[in-house]
Design a protein around this ligand. Structure first.
Ligand SMILES: [Zn+2]
Length: 70
């Protein structure tokens, strides 16, 4: 297994979610950790995925309940 780490530069926690920016819809999608590394995705740990802040006017769409799975 190759461990995936949070993409925040100052964070070295294990990634549990993948965040994808959908520019066309001004939407940030937070889903389960993707099997493949998405070209426009960012892997995030639980802390950063739940404490996510998005640009003004953007919506966040969550596909996972963080914290209970795994
Ligand atoms: Zn993190």
């Amino acid at each position: 297994m190759n461990e995936r780490l949070c993409s925040k530069t100052t964070c070295h926690d294990e990634a549990v979610a993948t965040l994808t920016y959908v520019y066309a819809d001004s939407m940030v999608v937070v889903g389960p950790l993707s099997a493949d590394v998405e070209p426009h995705g960012y892997d995030l740990c639980a802390r950063h995925a739940s404490g996510l802040s998005v640009p003004q006017g953007w919506e966040v769409l969550r596909h996972v309940a963080l914290g209970n799975e795994h």
